[in-house]
Design a protein around this ligand. Structure first.
Ligand code: NAD
Length: 478
């Protein structure tokens, strides 16, 4: 018997959770449930995080968590509990299989069978945002080497365990050469350790277009957080309905399983929601805790039910479906099919063996790091970069000289274009005259002189060279 934490969640959560638990218990799941309350009621009771300390204790003790969808109240400074949970519990891998059920669920993509492995903790979801000038706000995109290594390795291990042939990496490293560039580089490094699995890289924009048009070209996709978020909703939707896909959130200690959709408030409490997404999450949970035989019984009975044309409203189509049913009736139909397999859809047989353990991250030896300059960010209301350059050149000394000014990343000095639209936010690069190491004292002096000259500096970024390689972006057009 395995103890698990269950939260029914909000909106359609309680009805789809009841249906899911009834099915997996009828199939013989060896689970003992400890229920907690999270979400709307908890938010409104005054916990701005949507979860109490006692509920955290239960989740951390049981380590396995099956969660219904949660409504994030609009406004009022409420933080998304889903994002909080993934990060607090170190659930670095979000796995979302999206498979079409042709010809029983209408889809333009009958041969689609992809798994999206989304990085779950970093990228723009660090949520570090600041307003810096009247006109500019910024969000920090953080990508770490441990984060990349863990998610890429997870994708290849998953592919190997589930007999998948190819792993595709999606990034935008033609633009973000440092952040997405690191993700891509780590992908290439780790791919070499898996010669039995094909690998490829696509730029995210054309890759996403290809996936929406020809999803059968892909197998496992691994990608940073934001791209994975967008891509996996598209992938689930084009299989037929977002109501069909489940997801697992895997960490080194804990794991959380859920549907990919939200709490669907407009259809809550009507016994019409499709419980399949959460059921798919529960099947992933059963596999994760080593109850593969139960997982298989449930999945095959579910496929048979879909094949029998017993459908909830979201996938019901005249001429394809046989009977439109409610949430409870759908669950009863799946239970009645336990022990049976589909005849046209492919029945499943899940690989045995416990959930794979990735090696602990080995921190790399520190690189040789040299400080070679600084980007000074300045709030300046005059639109003329040549005027700004004249003022900033008064700050130069024998070590640091102004080499470039950009506005929203585009070079506007020296030799900018009059046509370039400029905001009130300027990045002003100071570097060593002969490109050798500077000290932080030089930067402090620069800042102090800027104060004397009444220049409104809003932040600095140090310019480093790691092991002889410059580790900062050039200005666009530089
Ligand atoms: P949603 O996924 O709840 O709904 C999108 C559309 O899909 C709606 O038309 C809905 O009726 C339909 N739908 C969703 N699940 C369905 C199901 N099981 N059966 C049939 N139809 C289904 O997205 P939303 O409306 O943007 O979000 C509603 C709330 O859910 C928001 O508060 C949001 O923050 C939250 N949310 C939570 C999670 C989560 O808990 N993991 C994920 C996404 C959104």
């Amino acid at each position: 018997m395995r103890k698990i934490t269950v939260a029914k969640g909000d909106g359609i959560g309680p009805e789809i959770m009841d249906a899911t638990l009834e099915i997996i218990k009828a199939a013989g799941a060896q689970i003992e449930i400890e229920e907690i309350e999270v979400g709307e009621k908890v938010y409104l009771a005054g916990h701005s995080t949507g979860i109490s300390k006692e509920a955290w204790d239960v989740i951390r003790r049981n380590k396995i968590f099956l969660k219904g969808p949660i409504t994030t109240p609009q406004g009022g400074g409420y933080k998304s509990l889903n994002v909080t949970m993934r990060k607090f519990l170190g659930l670095y891998a979000n796995v979302r299989p999206c498979v079409s059920l042709h010809p029983f669920v209408r889809t333009k993509h009958p041969d689609m069978d992809i798994v999206i492995v989304r990085e779950n903790e970093e990228d723009l979801y660090a949520g570090i945002e600041h307003q810096q000038t009247d006109e500019i706000v910024q969000c920090l995109k953080l990508i770490s080497r441990p984060g990349c290594e863990k998610i890429v390795r997870y994708a290849f291990e998953y592919a190997r365990q589930y007999g998948r042939k190819k792993v595709t990496c999606f990034t935008k490293d033609n633009i973000m050469k440092q952040t997405d560039g690191l993700f891509h580089r780590v992908f290439d490094e780790i791919a070499r350790e898996y010669p039995d699995i094909e690998n490829e890289h696509w730029i995210i924009d054309i890759g996403a277009a290809k996936m929406a048009d020809t999803p059968e070209a892909f197998d496992v996709i691994v990608t940073p957080n934001l791209y994975g978020d967008v891509l996996s909703d598209i992938a689930a939707q084009i299989t037929g309905s977002v109501g069909l896909a489940g997801s697992s959130n895997i960490g080194e200690e804990c794991a959380m399983f859920e549907a990919i959709h939200g709490s669907a408030p407009p259809i809550a409490g009507q016994n019409i929601a499709n419980p399949s997404g959460l059921l798919q999450g529960a099947i992933m949970m059963l596999n994760h805790i080593g109850q593969m035989d139960v997982a298989e019984r449930v999945q095959n009975a579910w496929l048979k039910t879909i094949e029998d044309g017993i459908h909830t409203f979201d996938i019901y189509k005249e001429g394809i479906s046989k009977q439109q049913v409610g949430t409870r009736e759908f669950a009863q139909a799946v239970i009645a099919n336990l022990g049976q397999s589909p005849s046209q859809l492919k029945s499943v047989s899940f690989p045995r063996g416990t959930a794979f353990q990735l090696p602990k991250y080995q921190r790399k030896p520190a690189a040789r790091k040299e400080l070679v300059g600084v980007d000074l960010f300045v709030h300046w209301n005059d639109r003329d970069p040549n005027e700004l350059a004249k003022v900033l050149q008064q700050l130069e000394d024998e070590t640091l000289q102004l080499t470039m000014i950009t506005n929203r990343g585009i070079k506007v000095w020296p030799e900018g274009f009059e046509e370039t639209f400029c905001t009130d936010h300027w990045r002003c690069r100071f570097q060593h005259v002969s490109n050798t190491e500077v000290s932080k004292h030089h930067i402090v002096r620069l800042l102090s002189q800027a104060i004397d000259k009444r220049i409104d500096t809003i932040k600095t970024e140090n310019l480093y060279v790691f092991d002889g390689k410059p580790a900062f972006s050039l200005g666009q057009g530089q």
